[in-house]
Design a protein around this ligand. Structure first.
Ligand code: SF4
Length: 232
């Protein structure tokens, strides 16, 4: 009797995740190592999966390339990143030989000074991310529940506003384990972390070092804004 040939990942039918399916995956990964969620995502979605990063560190990259060295890594170059962030990207490229995709805004994209932060983030983060995710089925993000109170209920697996599967493998990882993994694996860190900026975004909107327990307190520090919109 002939042996059945496995269907290549790219030819498999898209996974339609029901609410019950999402719930079951979240239960499965809640206490598991982040690698388990990453392995599930790479196996399920193949080249239909990418990883997004802001190069605050390479923790998620380090975990993901151990599972799939060729995973597509997306960086949204808003035009307003710190030199330290771009340097972190370069060091990551040398260390991991990343398959990097850089998405940039349109030349005439509005900026925050003329049009406000909502329009600026919309044109420089959200629209480029939409372009990067066109044709994808799923994406990995480094969101963690510890980032700030508004992220305290971040699921490990969710369906985003586009209908794509979004996987946040680090969401439930305890801070102590994150720190020990980073130290043991010599994770590439943005130098601004050592200067007290626990969350690093664009320079105009990363206004001051972290204050207190809220890692993102220095972002849009003088406004009620807490998210750029790509995770909403
Ligand atoms: S974080 Fe600030 S500079 Fe960056 S895209 Fe948003 S508004 Fe513009």
């Amino acid at each position: 009797m002939p042996t059945a040939t496995p269907t290549p990942v790219e030819l498999r039918r898209p996974t339609a995740l029901s609410a019950a399916g999402v719930e079951a995956l979240n239960e499965r990964f809640e206490a598991a190592h982040p690698t388990e969620a990453i392995r599930w995502a790479t196996t399920t979605f193949g080249n239909g999966l990418c990883l997004t990063t802001s190069f605050s560190d390479t923790l998620l990259i380090d975990l993901a390339v151990a599972v799939d060295p060729d995973i597509e890594v997306v960086f949204l170059d808003t035009g307003f990143h710190f030199a330290e962030t771009l340097d972190t990207l370069r060091r990551a490229m040398v260390r991991y030989e990343l398959r990097l995709r850089v998405e940039r805004p349109d030349e005439d994209a509005p900026d925050l000074w003329e049009s406000g932060t909502e329009a600026c983030c919309g044109a420089r983060k959200m629209a480029p991310l939409d372009r990067a995710l066109a044709g994808k089925r799923a994406w990995l993000s480094g969101m963690r529940r510890d980032d700030h109170a508004g992220r305290a209920r971040t699921p490990i697996v969710q369906v985003d506003r586009r209908g794509l599967v979004k996987v946040n493998p680090l969401a439930a990882w305890p801070a102590a384990e994150v720190e020990s993994y980073a130290a043991e694996h010599d994770i590439v860190l943005n130098p601004l972390l050592a200067e007290g900026y626990e969350s690093v975004g664009c320079w105009p909107c990363t206004e001051r070092p972290t204050d207190g327990d809220d890692a993102r307190s220095g972002r849009w520090a003088d406004s009620t804004r807490t998210e750029c919109g790509i995770h909403l």
